[in-house]
Design a protein around this ligand. Structure first.
Ligand code: FES
Ligand code: FES
Length: 179
């Protein structure tokens, strides 16, 4: 008996996207083959390498460990949603400046895993960053430059958040007529 395709709709990088897929299709294949988001890589298909890491509802997830149908209705971010060529995300900027990549195959997954880590722990120690990278494999860099890049990104993101908090506080004071 033929198994019917199912419509899967997600919000990916801020845009609603849909496609009809076989129920057995993995999320990583849905992103790459149906939505054309090939920045998410496939390194193993057996949940070892982390090259396929994205965020689903804000949490880092290996997209080869989930079926596309399980993501129906979810908010997804892939590496394509991080920044633009002219305005890099601090994570991208830091990888560039700290030489956090060589061949770059692992890089989208590593960056998305680290985005997930910084959401949970905005100020991680070197040891915590290394622990957070346990699920991702890089065959080129020896990891040290990746750690430096993540430390730099965490610092930039924390400073940006602090500035943002100060702006919000100032606008609240203006709104309350205290300035
Ligand atoms: S392709 Fe998903 S963990 Fe390797
Ligand atoms: S930069 Fe080549 S695998 Fe990580």
């Amino acid at each position: 008996m033929a198994i019917e395709n199912r419509k899967v709709t997600v919000t990916v990088n801020g845009q609603e996207r849909s496609a009809e897929v076989e129920p057995r299709k993995l999320l990583v294949h849905y992103l790459r083959d149906d939505l054309g988001l090939t920045g998410t890589h496939i390194g193993c298909d057996t949940s070892q390498c982390g090259a396929c890491t994205i965020t689903v509802n804000g949490d880092a997830v290996k997209s080869c460990t989930m079926l596309a149908v399980q993501a129906d209705g979810a908010e997804i971010m892939t590496v394509e949603g991080l920044g633009t060529r002219n305005e890099l995300h601090p994570m991208q900027q830091s990888f560039w400046e700290e030489h956090g990549l060589q061949c770059g195959y692992c890089t989208p997954g590593v960056m998305m895993a680290m985005i997930g880590l910084l959401k949970e722990n905005p100020n991680p120690s070197e040891e915590e960053i290394r622990e957070g990278m346990e699920g991702v494999i890089c065959r080129c860099t020896g990891y040290q430059f990746i750690v430096s890049a993540v430390q730099k990104a965490a610092k930039i993101m924390a400073e940006a958040n602090e500035k943002n908090d100060q702006k919000v506080a100032a606008s609240q004071l203006v709104g309350e007529g205290n300035l």
